[in-house]
Design a protein around this ligand. Structure first.
Ligand SMILES: [Zn+2]
Length: 402
């Protein structure tokens, strides 16, 4: 912990100013420190590697006796306490909230709201996360979950999929997640998540200094989305990925590839021949772990091309069938925010809308489409590569509103 009382009863806090080692050693030689909760003795730890803090005797039964926290966690908390204090707030560290039996890392009142900051080092199970999230909600406390440490970006905006903490992603008002970067003493906010490959995702990084007020991470709005600025970067990455899949030599198959290969074989095709319009870089591709060229191909092969021309395709039916594939374990959704059923509906809807751009279907009413032409599956590989280029350019124009 970062606060204690001197023998005189005067409080001392390690975050309200930048103490020097000499100053604190002097304090330590002059007085004994006590816990405000149990009145027990506290030891001021001035380690070389750990963030300086007060600690109870290991045997202490005090509820403020910090669990075995990692150094990173202590450093993170200290940074946040300092940040909130400098901004004029009165943060409470590890304050026990009896009613819901929770002890948030930091609890702070901001205007008329209580906000709990939770620093999360490793991926929680989504059940545990929801349980904690809901108990805070029931107590009228807003939570800010911040990951620790931020994922590594090898290339601008490209993040290894396994490093992205899906449970940290919040849907409102825009999809985003927050990390605390202790090393550089700043926030990292990620927005505009886009699918890249089974191993990588793209997200727009925002580096926010700890000199900025909390509103920078708490009061987001739609203008926080910056994808249009990064369209070129994302599209060139996506183009590369599609090209790779066109030329990929399959020596073994993942379960979804095995399943899709059976479907393609019914049309005497192999997996390199997915239609160009089955690799559209939709925002909602991110809803899936499964690569978009597989679930989009599935919609074309089984629904669009599976029905006679001029027949009706309904979004509700398409979404239902896609969700059935998810339930059967053929396709996998990404675990964040809303229920998988809503994710499949969003993706199916965005996809059918996008297909109207390329003449495959026409929308007749909201959520109702008519099949105008079947998608031609029998093309040479070099033609498909040209199609990819054409489709991506057309799609990019739409995204940029040209
Ligand atoms: Zn105590």
């Amino acid at each position: 912990m970062f606060t204690a009382f001197r023998e005189s009863g005067a409080p001392i806090s390690l975050y309200s100013k930048r103490w020097s080692r000499e100053e604190l050693e002097l304090e330590r030689s002059k007085t004994t420190f006590f816990c405000g909760n149990c009145k027990g003795r506290l030891i001021l730890k001035l380690g070389n590697t750990q963030a300086w803090h007060f600690a109870h005797h290991p045997d202490s039964l005090c509820t403020h006796n910090s669990r075995r926290e990692t150094d990173v966690h202590i450093k993170g908390k200290l940074l946040l306490m300092r940040w909130l204090h400098r901004q004029g707030y009165h943060p409470l560290e590890e304050h026990y909230i009896k009613g819901i039996k929770q002890r948030p890392d930091i609890l702070v009142q901001m205007e008329d709201k209580m906000i709990a900051f939770e620093l999360q080092r490793s991926a929680l199970s989504s059940e545990l996360f929801m349980k904690r999230q809901n108990s805070y909600l029931a107590a009228g406390i807003e939570t800010v979950w911040a990951g620790l440490p931020p994922p590594q970006m090898k290339y601008y905006g490209v993040i290894p999929s396994r490093q992205l903490d899906n449970f940290l992603i919040r849907n409102l008002p825009v999809k985003h997640s927050i990390y605390l970067d202790i090393q550089h003493e700043r926030w990292l906010m990620l927005t505009d998540f886009m699918y890249l490959s089974p191993k990588k995702v793209f997200a727009v990084p925002h580096f926010i200094s700890l000199d900025k007020p909390p509103a920078c991470i708490l009061k987001l709005n739609d203008s926080t989305s910056h994808l249009p600025k990064y369209t070129d970067i994302y599209f060139s990455l996506w183009k590369k990925q599609i090209r790779k899949k066109r030329l990929h030599v399959y020596l073994s198959y993942t379960p979804v590839e095995k399943r899709m290969n059976r479907l393609f074989l019914q049309h005497r095709l192999n997996l390199n021949y997915f239609p160009a319009v089955a690799a559209l870089p939709l925002k909602s591709n991110f809803n899936f772990f499964t690569p978009p060229y597989w679930w989009q191909s599935w919609i074309i092969l089984t629904i669009i091309n599976g029905k006679p021309l001029n027949s009706v395709v309904r979004l509700s039916e398409t979404a239902e069938l896609l969700y059935k594939e998810v339930k059967l374990g053929c396709f996998h959704t990404r675990p964040f925010g809303v229920h998988p059923k809503e994710k499949t509906r969003e993706s199916a809807g965005e996809y059918l809308d996008a297909l109207t751009l390329f003449g495959g279907v026409a929308q007749t009413h909201p959520g109702v489409y008519r099949i105008k032409s079947h998608i031609n599956l029998y093309k040479q590989l070099d033609t498909l590569c040209n199609d990819d280029e054409y489709v991506l350019n057309k799609f990019k124009e739409r995204l940029c509103g040209k």
